[in-house]
Design a protein. Sequence first.
Length: 213
Amino acid sequence: MTPFPPPARRPLPVARILPQDTALLVIDMERDFVDAGAVQQTPGGRALVPAVNRLIAWARTHRLPVIFTHEMHRPDLSDYGIELEYDPVHCLEGTAGCELTDDLDVQPGDTHILAKRRYDSFVGTDLDLVLRGRRIANLVCCGVTTHCCVMSTVYTARNLDYRVLVPADAVAAVSDAHQAAALLCMSDVFAYVTDVASVVALWAAPAGAEVAA
């Protein structure tokens, strides 16, 4: 049990969430964050893979862009700034720690946001340009960690006027308290906190397409 109330669960504005203006953003599902024994292993991170893959299958069914972010840092640590006052060294360029974890459904046509130097996926990257170039208005965000990279990305997305959906069962934090606090804060005015089942039920599958199970 945590001392936090559950996040607000507003009805999704389904009339405003369309396949042609929605993208799936998979945040930092990298080895250094989710693999067993990793330097910054997120409890429950590996267990997210089936939920994330279900979202990916849904996105592919409706031809949504699937975008993976990769936190990466220079080997000489010159881009870390004050992050090293809080976190150990992780996700160094050229190491396996920057690779996406095993079993994720990654395909050649997916988009990768590389050299993400900060928790926020927008800071110092071309993510906003990629989204605006595709006329994206809605983002479904999943991955790790809920209270750091996911939440900071969601806050910026909301302030850039993207409508954000966060499936609570497709994000993970370092503790139940961090998870509950982050979801509660995001649900106030920054995101629609929902679940994977509700996301994949947004639209009927195109004729002949397989539905994400």
